[in-house]
Ligand binder design. Structure first.
Ligand code: XMP
Length: 527
């Protein structure tokens, strides 16, 4: 991931008031994870492509630089290089895996392809803790993923550790401010990884560990005030955590000059609309326009069975409704969006244009709306958004809500038209599933859990009577980012209870089945 992205732009002016570290991405699988782990240590960090211009790095005033791992070999012709200027910036550098090998080669150490690779768990023997491995044990496990290996440290460097296949698995030169580790401190399989990162951030770079949900809130409130001045803003609430947190932050900053618009398209889950309204209007007292647009959406969906057509129509209608409401609000120049850092990185959003994912743009807005964007979550990962939401007092249900597609339940009525009757069946089934999953304490462990209603009927027998009822499919997956997913091994007892409740409580349901397809080859949604 993110091997060739352009420079992300975090904010109109992005120097953070807290200490920060830049992670240069050499295309490693774990680069984003490094940035997240650094933040978990209380230090703000940003991921930039390895070819980022020097001034982009300097502008962020980092107190340290981390060079990530990557798939290349340092001696390949087109291997991503180390920009020598980085060594002259006067800030400490930590190379991880490929990053270490780059530093070793650049500073005249010896890097070669080893006879055997080292992939997975490995045993690390620490011979000299130095500063980097301070307060970690002489023998520890770590996670490795490499074939090229550092065989000799650069002159003047201390070798700190070795492993079965790596004669030099860690090195440092405190004089030069250059540090390297062959293993991956960012993955959970390296138990002392976080300690190594803390050593680098705190002891070596002198970072103050003050990045937290609270600091984000303070900082964003100031930024929002500076951007919006005495202007007015509008925010489309979807019920998801991103738009909710973005709205709350802006409300904290500019109070009732923010108006939220919640378009209830009638394709939500049971009680979801009411929960959003209760939280925002009744609890937080945010000016909220709730539009009951169910009839309009259902009319647009009449007779439509093709999933892409459903998406298109729902998206277009959403924009209509939103624009109608926006037109009623005079003098509103700013539009609040819950764009996240991962969207910024993935969409290569260097231009400052709206980063609305085109393939998932339902509930999103077109770029030609004449608003200036306010995007207070642009620098945050999803788990940080949740932490900020919790700190702002957002109810747990909204903070921890599983992702829900913009077109809602309409794309879970597969092969058929999304009628009110079918939506009601699906909504009831979904409510039972959520209820039981929450009751079993499994809701947060699952990336998504939901029901699908295919447009078929099957035969059954109930009380000696032949039935011909609807089928409900249970779909539950674990995932980190929806790019890949595994079907969740829900307990049999739970499944049994869910199935029996669905059949007993929802008259038209005659059969319940479980989807055991992972992604790939399946997708998470059915259409
Ligand atoms: P798939 O089905 O492609 O889904 O594995 C990946 C993630 O995207 C969500 N999804 C959507 N979200 N509009 C959305 O806002 C859509 O049209 C849409 N289709 C899929 C899906 O729920 C999963 O989280």
């Amino acid at each position: 991931m993110c091997s060739a992205h352009e420079l992300p732009r975090t904010q109109p002016d992005d120097a953070q008031s807290v200490d920060s570290v830049v992670v240069l991405d050499y295309g490693g699988q774990y680069s984003q994870l490094i940035a997240r782990r650094v933040r978990e240590c209380g230090v703000f960090s940003e991921l930039l492509p390895h070819h980022a211009a020097l001034e982009e790095v300097i502008r962020r005033r980092p107190k340290g630089l981390i060079l990530s791992g990557g798939p290349a070999s340092v001696y390949e012709e087109n291997a991503p290089p180390l920009h020598r200027e980085l060594l002259e910036l006067g800030v400490p550098l930590l190379g991880i895996c490929y990053g270490m090998q780059l530093l070793a080669r650049e500073l005249d150490g010896r890097v070669e392809r080893a006879e055997v690779g080292e992939f997975g768990r490995s045993q690390l023997t620490v011979s000299d803790q130095g500063r980097l491995l301070a307060e970690t044990p002489p023998e520890q496990t770590c996670w490795m993923s490499h074939r090229d290996t550092v065989f000799a440290t650069p002159p003047g460097f201390r070798a700190l550790a070795s492993s079965t296949a790596s004669p030099v698995a860690a090195f440092e030169s405190t004089e030069r401010g250059v540090y390297g580790i062959q293993f991956h401190p960012e993955v959970v399989h390296t138990p002392y990884g976080q300690k190594v990162l803390v050593n680098f951030l705190e002891d070596v770079c002198g970072c103050e560990r003050s990045w937290s949900a609270r600091s984000v809130i303070e900082e964003q409130i100031e930024r929002i005030r500076a951007q919006v001045g005495d202007g007015r803003a509008i925010c489309g609430l979807s019920g998801g955590v991103d738009s909710s947190v973005a709205a709350l932050l802006v409300h904290r900053a500019i109070g009732d000059r923010l108006t939220c618009v919640f378009v209830d398209h009638g394709l939500m889950r049971k009680n979801e609309g009411e929960q959003v309204i209760a939280a925002f209007r009744d609890h937080f007292h945010v000016p909220l326009v709730a539009v009951d647009a169910e009839d309009r959406f259902l009319a647009r969906l009449a007779g439509v069975t093709d999933p892409e057509e459903k998406r298109k129509r729902i998206g277009a209608e959403f924009i209509h409704v939103f624009e109608e409401e926006a037109a009623k609000l005079e003098d509103t120049r700013f539009l609040v969006q819950g764009t996240l850092y991962s969207d910024v990185i993935e969409s290569g959003g260097g231009t400052g244009a709206a980063t609305i994912k085109s393939h998932h743009n339902v509930g999103g807005l077109p770029e030609d709306l004449e608003f200036e964007l306010v995007e207070p979550l642009r620098a945050l990962f999803k788990d940080e958004v949740r932490a900020v939401g919790a700190e702002l007092g957002l109810p747990d249900r909204l903070v921890w809500r599983q992702p829900f597609p913009g077109p809602g339940l309409a794309i879970r009525i597969v092969g058929g038209e999304a009628t009110r009757e079918r939506l009601d069946i699906l909504r009831e089934a979904d409510a039972i599933l959520q209820d039981e999953i929450r009751g079993a304490g499994l809701y947060r462990e699952l990336w998504q859990s939901f029901c699908v209603l295919p447009d078929i009927r099957t035969v059954g027998v109930q009380g000696d009577v032949r039935t011909y009822g609807n089928v409900i499919v249970i779909r539950a997956v674990t995932s980190d980012d929806a790019m890949t997913a595994d079907w969740a091994r829900l307990p049999y007892d739970l499944l049994e209870k869910v199935a029996s409740r669905m059949i007993n409580e929802i008259r038209p349901v005659g059969r319940v089945v479980l989807d055991i397809t992972s992604k790939p080859p399946g997708t998470i949604e059915w259409e």
